[in-house]
Design a protein. Structure first.
Length: 211
């Protein structure tokens, strides 16, 4: 069993402001090559940030970075490297470690070394929002040591309608409680918050008669 609980807005707000400051500095550093927009996604965009009181990994944020490179002047590897280098020039001034380069994101972590724990972290995905509604992201293939643009998987298309229906029918608090329950009872390490959230929305809707 886990022991997930929600992070208060009072706790999350200064961290989000700090991350926004980091992003603005990164924008300034890369401006002579390309510009980008950014937006917070996932739990932070819904005010549903959680952390497990039994773990030492703290809470996290997710940010999409949408690069403006319509002429495709830069390769996927060049874009990700430019962003990573700019983050590394910035984050140490805010007390974060250097970026970790994983399959789909660049991650920065602020650590409490005395207590051997991660206070909080942020995952940055570099994306391209297509006109047909789909989204691509830069994927790092560690085995082949290359970077490619890949399409996100589907399955979440009906979420906005279901979320609106839950709010309209005063079921949002029920969703909050059910989502925490799902996270605390999840024993599948490959099932992440995004999938658990989508499942929670679908199951609460179905239970309450959504059609």
């Amino acid at each position: 069993m886990h022991d997930f609980c929600y992070v208060s807005r009072k706790t999350a707000a200064p961290v989000k402001a700090e991350l926004t400051g980091i992003i603005h500095q990164v924008q300034d550093i890369v401006r002579d090559k390309f510009t980008f927009q950014y937006y917070f996604v996932g739990s932070s965009s819904r005010n549903m940030i959680t952390y497990d009181k039994k773990s030492n990994v703290g809470f996290d944020f997710d940010v999409n970075i949408a690069v403006n490179d319509e002429d495709e002047k830069y390769s996927a590897k060049e874009i990700r490297t430019i962003i990573k280098d700019a983050l590394n020039k910035t984050v140490r001034n805010y007390g974060y470690d250097y970026c970790e380069d994983s399959t789909s994101v660049l991650t920065i972590k602020k650590k409490d070394y005395r207590q051997s724990k991660i206070v909080h972290s942020c995952d940055f995905a570099i994306v391209y929002d297509c006109e047909d509604g789909r989204q691509q992201y830069i994927r790092y293939n560690k085995d082949k040591q290359n970077y490619t643009w890949e399409y996100r998987g589907g399955g979440f298309e009906l979420l906005p309608d279901k979320i609106s229906w839950l709010k309209k029918n005063s079921l949002w608090n029920e969703l909050l409680d059910y989502y925490i329950w799902k996270k605390n009872n999840n024993n599948n390490p490959d099932k992440h918050s995004r999938s658990l959230y989508a499942e929670s929305v679908a199951e609460v809707c179905r239970k309450n008669g959504y059609k």
